[in-house]
Structure formats: structure tokens, C-alpha cells
Design a protein around this ligand. Structure first.
Ligand code: FE2
Length: 171
């Protein structure tokens, strides 16, 4: 179900999209946290495990303000399921924090999470500017998330070295 507010913000974003600044002006929507968040993850941009049966993926993008300014030093606290659809409750596998650089860019390398428990594949994240409340949301994969807001679906390309996903946040 697409809300009236979502349609309105999508319409407001169109002039920016025409200038190549997709979604600026429309804040990234929140999504449920779920039961598996665990605070205290360390700073790391690579979750890949050699033993994982899941395909590798790289997720990149940037974080911008509603007026399209790149936001540096934003933390992105990612967590997702392993190749068996399980979250590490004992430790911090597939959990970690990356921060944006001076141009607002971030990068995460990981193994693709599988669909689990009737849910489409997704990656959880808390995006936080210093001194501001965190945006808690989830990113979805193209063609798999009929119930998810379209604004939370990543762009995805398949390359020789794995999948390459792109997602830009607006706070
Ligand atoms: Fe989840």
C-alpha cells in the first residue's frame, strides 16, 4: 500500500531526479527494526565470510540532507541474516558500522542475505547523524519486495565479481 504522503514526497522529488539527484527532498522512509538488532557492533565495512554459500555483494551510495547536501560522518549500522537466514545473536557476524566520507559516501561488502521466514531478502540499517535520532529502516532487493515502499528498494547490477547494489539515503 503506497501512502498519500509517499506519493506526495515522490512527486516533490521529481525535479531533483531530473538533475540526477534522485530522491533528494524526499526523506528515506523508516521501516520496522525487527527483533534482531544488537547494539555495539564495531566499525567495519566488510562482512564477507569465505565459508558462506551466499553470493558476494557490494553496497554503495551516499547520505544527503533533504536539500541534497552530502553528509559526512554519518554512521550506518548494518545487520542482516547469514546464508541460512539466521541472525548472529551470540556475536557480531553480519553486523557492523560504516561511516560516510567527506562526500557523504559509504561502502559495505557482504554476502547476500537470503529470504527467510516468508520475508523477502532485506538488509537492516540504522542511519545516524551525530546528535540526531537514528533513522531505522530496511533495504530491499529489486523484484522481491512487493509490500515494501518502492523508495526502499536498492538498484542492483550483476557483475563478474558479484552483485553491485546502490542506495542513496536522504535524512
Ligand atoms: Fe530481518
Amino acid at each position: 500500500m503506497i501512502s498519500r504522503r509517499y506519493l506526495l514526497t515522490a512527486a516533490l522529488a521529481l525535479p531533483f531526479a531530473a538533475r540526477g539527484q534522485e530522491r533528494c527532498g524526499a526523506p528515506t522512509p523508516a521501516d520496522v527494526e525487527g527483533p534482531f538488532y544488537k547494539a555495539g557492533a564495531s566499525l567495519r565495512g566488510n562482512f564477507i565470510e569465505a565459508a558462506s554459500a551466499a553470493e558476494k555483494m557490494v553496497l554503495t551510495g551516499d547520505v544527503r540532507s533533504a536539500d541534497c547536501k552530502p553528509l559526512a560522518n554519518v554512521s550506518l549500522d548494518f545487520w542482516h541474516a547469514d546464508d541460512k537466514g539466521e541472525y548472529d545473536q551470540a556475536g557480531y557476524r553480519y553486523r557492523g558500522i560504516v561511516t560516510t566520507d567527506a562526500l557523504g559516501r559509504y561502502r559495505l561488502e557482504t554476502n547476500m542475505p537470503p529470504p527467510y521466514a516468508g520475508r523477502p531478502r532485506h538488509i537492516h540499517v540504522k542511519v545516524q547523524r551525530i546528535g540526531a535520532p537514528a533513522l531505522t529502516t530496511q533495504l530491499y532487493f529489486p523484484g522481491e519486495a512487493r509490500d515494501a515502499p518502492r523508495a526502499l528498494v536498492m538498484k542492483m547490477e550483476r557483475r563478474l565479481e558479484g552483485r553491485f547494489a546502490m542506495y542513496d539515503f536522504v535524512l
